[in-house]
Unconditional design. Structure first.
Length: 264
């Protein structure tokens, strides 16, 4: 039976912030998830380089994107979207930060949604609602959902501030109806919830643990629950999800499937 694999990226969400915020949906998911609060992102710990590593499975030294401005890769590396699309999988991308449009080739996504609002609750809500509506109409095989307000609140008010923690609470509220929609389709599903980087004060991008450490939580069909050993990296996301999609990870990728998270 086909499976839906979902990747939810909550921008700038630190693991200790996830623990501190009110997140009833993610708390329930964690109880049956393979998870770690000690996964590591890449340097510079900035949104576009980190998401490129997340979806293309290679470090910054390989893809060459060091700022939030995209530059074409001198030696192309397929993203998870590209790999899945070439295998006949239906892919969707829903986001509220424009530069993420370069995470995939245009032909690799059958449905895409973008709203230029990563500052308000309405922006994250709109992304999640659109993803739910499209999946209800016709299920995706691979679905990417990006919620950007957490990072904006970190920059505006500070990481671990009350508005920042409240943005995580709202992200949790956006994820809850997505989980409900997946259950309603009566189709096996697996979801990975993670962030791209953390943050400190009102910034990020350094090698500080506060910037480099991210949560990584995999739940659903095909997952072996439990706390994961150290060593999970953001470049492992693409190959892990590829395996769950029934695909062979791209030979160009540096990351490896997180084997302890995968059921036999």
């Amino acid at each position: 039976m086909d499976r839906t694999v979902v990747l939810v990226s909550v921008d700038g969400m630190r693991p200790d912030a996830l623990r501190a915020a009110k997140t009833p949906c993610l708390d329930r998911l964690r109880e049956r998830a393979a998870y770690t609060d000690r996964a590591r992102t890449v340097m510079p710990s900035v949104t576009l380089p980190c998401h490129t590593s997340m979806l293309r499975g290679v470090d910054v030294t390989r893809h060459g994107i060091t700022t939030n401005v995209f530059v074409p890769l001198a030696r192309p590396v397929p993203s998870l979207f590209d790999l899945a699309s070439r295998a006949g999988k239906r892919c969707g991308a829903f986001m509220n930060w424009g530069p993420l449009r370069d995470l995939y080739e245009p032909e690799s996504v059958e449905a895409a949604y973008f709203i230029a609002d990563s500052k308000t609750e309405a922006g994250d809500t709109s992304v999640a609602r659109s993803a739910v509506a499209h999946h209800a109409e016709r299920p995706f095989d691979f679905l990417f959902v990006y919620l950007g307000r957490t990072d904006s609140m970190g920059h505006d008010h500070g990481w671990m501030s009350a508005p920042y923690l409240d943005a995580i609470r709202h992200a949790d509220a956006c994820i809850a109806p997505l989980v409900e929609a997946l259950d309603r389709k009566q189709r096996p599903w697996t979801m990975l919830v993670q962030s791209d980087h953390g943050g400190h004060d009102r910034s990020h991008g350094t090698e500080m643990d506060e910037d480099m450490t991210i949560p990584w939580m995999l739940v659903g069909d095909g997952v072996r629950p439990g706390e994961l050993p150290d060593g999970v990296r953001i470049v492992d996301t693409a190959p892990t999800l590829a395996v769950l999609l029934g695909l062979t990870p791209a030979r160009e990728w540096d990351g490896r499937p997180v084997a302890p998270a995968l059921a036999d």
